[in-house]
Design a protein around this ligand. Sequence first.
Ligand code: ZN
Length: 492
Amino acid sequence: MHLLKKSSCLLVLIQVLQLLGLSRDLAQTSQANSVQRPTSSSTGQTQRSGTGKSSRLNAQIAQILSEIDARRIESTIRKLVSFGTRNTLSEQDNPNRGIGAARDWLFGEFQKVAMQSDGRMTVAKQTFEQPQSARIPQPTILTNIVATLRGTQPESVSRVYVVSGHYDSMCRSAIDAKCDAPGANDDASGTAVVLEMARVMAKYNFDATIIFMAVPGEEQGLLGATYFAEQAKKANMDIEAMFTNDIVGNSLGGNGVRDRSTVRVFSEGVPSNESQAEATTRRSVGGENDSVSRQLARFIKETSESYVPTMKVWMIYRRDRYGRGGDHQPFLERGYAAVRFTEPNEDYRHQHQNVRIENGIQYGDLPEFVDFGYVANVARVNAASLATLALAPARPKNVTMTTGLSNDTELKWEANKEPDLAGYEVVWRDTTSAVWTNSEAVGKVLSFTMKGMSKDNYFFGVRAVDRDGNRSPVTYPRPAPRNQPTNRPSSN
Ligand SMILES: [Zn+2]
């Protein structure tokens, strides 16, 4: 009787938590507990936990999220729509209509933002001539608006995080420069997310550097993003992560589903720039689900769901939507970690359409189909992740796993150089688990052995933690070179 009472109380409690949207944490906890460390382990003095999900939230990040304002996002989107069209081939010198007007307005807005940054933010127009191509009938000038918020920690200032949206738009035809192309959702919404984050975050200090960017030419073949990524590669820029926000404004799908609390994050499994040798290694040891971009997606999910519990990050294990692409691709092709943010259910009546009413149905990418409160929440998901990335240490470098035959798993890595580094965590999960389920704080060491846990049976990774509890994304280890011939694994 007593037991029965207890369990019905628990049921009620779970129902209440579900109502409050907290049931995910319970699910996470029970999942985390399902991976058992063997009891014979001799690493007794280290602390064992789940992924440490909501253990420490940073007050500065919570403050940033509270300052993100749906009304300012709405006014940005309406302003961008007011230029009539932002087609990349449209007028460049008309102050009221066309992509030139949008470019100059955005440049001015980012400059206003920079004035709040104590000189840490600089705004540049990155202008280039795009040669003739499939969707560029004649050579055309394109301009990326690039706002760089310099990091304040000397050891981290060259570490860069990029967040972007594309400010060009299109109607049905990508080369129609005259038609109205309001592009409220595609992609004034993403551009507004970037501008709003810049407005709020420019007032705060971050260890690493953040680039807030608005690019044209997405609809013409990812041209603005490609140019930026190519220049970054040539300059050896250390871009540790890139987010593109594209179509993040509509919470009502063409399938009739209203979902205001989910955002999709697309990440590729097998890297776009994987070499033949890396493919051979991957086939031998696994890792098709552990690219840097996949680790970034897991990081975004774990981080942002602790700060913004009303929003669910729906990880999609795919580079982009089926057969489609976005501005993260040129970064992926150059070896940078990159993901795409997009609303959960799209409505194709309001994308790439000429504005018209047909059979009583309104077509066109109009502001009336954008949910500004939802866009603000997507901005918060972005900002929680971006701020954590730029405050946390870099993800550990040169993480390797010893390859000898053993039921223990030995990991080694290179020392991080940040002065506020607190130490490292080894994480692991079952091979079929979507996210890291367990972690172990191992201190300020450069190697660690998981006693009694075979690398055959789990996936392992390492992340860095600073003194404020900000955690880096996880680095997935490469197999260490085999230098002990007596211990070489055989094919048996
Ligand atoms: Zn788009």
